[in-house]
Design a protein around this ligand. Structure first.
Ligand SMILES: NC(=O)c1ccc[n+]([C@@H]2O[C@H](COP(=O)([O-])OP(=O)(O)OC[C@H]3O[C@@H](n4cnc5c(N)ncnc54)[C@H](O)[C@@H]3O)[C@@H](O)[C@H]2O)c1
Length: 243
């Protein structure tokens, strides 16, 4: 199939892999990231491989920037069929040291950013009566994580957004799902203290997750075949958490 995908955080470890694989299945991809060089590098890799891509340097929580980028993607490639939101960051802070600025920043990037991007692409999906939204939450949003109160709260907000939005957009042919990854081997994991990364990487499968594990899950949820899956949270943690 071929469609038009928007990938946020497309310059990062998970987003880049998702963007490359969506392009390999034939999608035109608009790669969004606040890091212009990272976004351009991913888009260039797609074009060099024979695909169609453009890059946008933006903050996912900035409604004007996101609306402008959405309009440019539609004008370049047509109606948006897939939105994958991978923009984000992580920082461990003990609860008593957590400032309101850090709390607000975390909620803004993850929760507000996901809302802003989802709202921007929705009219285009309604127009086509087809859409696939896949939001990247985290195992922390399902089970909590010490030293990560603001991150867990922000990732849990994405789950509420997923479940409510699937009900509102289902009649328009749009599915909305979330993936809750455990530890995935990306630049973000390398920024975490080794002892925390090791604790988070323990799981029954016995290895850390890869961007490819996430990307293949996104590809399925973003396919026409996944039309009956909506409002779901995929636990992608090698069994680290069961519920
Ligand atoms: N790596 C893991 O272990 C892991 C586990 C669970 C969830 N996640 C989530 O997966 C997503 C992708 O993480 P990753 O591991 O690929 O990290 P990463 O740091 O490699 O990539 C994140 C990308 O998001 C971009 N970004 C950050 N804030 C942004 C903003 N406001 N606007 C636009 N772009 C922004 C960064 O520039 C970066 O390129 C994140 O939401 C993260 O919370 C990661």
């Amino acid at each position: 199939m071929s469609g038009v995908s928007v990938v946020t955080g497309g310059g990062g470890g998970i987003g880049r892999e998702v963007a490359l694989r969506l392009a390999a299945r034939g999608d035109a991809v608009s790669v969004w990231d606040r890091d212009p060089d990272a976004a351009r590098t991913t888009a260039d890799a797609i074009v060099e491989a024979g695909g169609r891509a453009e890059s946008e340097a933006l903050d996912v929580a900035d409604q004007d920037q996101v609306r402008d980028a959405t309009a440019r993607a539609i004008s370049a490639f047509g109606n948006i069929s897939t939105l994958m939101t991978g923009a984000g960051y992580s920082r461990f802070v003990d609860f008593l040291d957590l400032t309101i600025e850090e709390w607000t920043s975390m909620l803004t990037v993850h929760a507000t950013g996901t809302f802003v991007c989802a709202q921007a692409v929705t009219p285009s999906m309604i127009d086509a009566h087809f859409g696939r939204m896949v939001f990247i939450s985290s195992l922390a949003g399902l089970s909590g994580s010490a030293g990560h109160v603001h991150y867990a709260a922000a990732k849990a907000a994405i789950l509420g957004l997923t479940k409510a939005l699937c009900k509102e957009l289902g009649p328009s042919g749009i599915t909305v799902n979330a993936i809750a990854p455990g530890a995935i081997d990306t630049p973000m994991l390398k920024l975490i203290k080794p002892e925390i990364a090791e604790r988070n990487s323990n799981n029954p499968v016995g290895r850390v997750g890869t961007p490819a594990d996430v990307a293949e899950t996104v590809l399925f949820l973003a396919s026409p075949q996944a039309s009956f899956i909506t409002g779901a949270v995929v636990n992608l943690s090698g069994g680290a958490y069961t519920y």
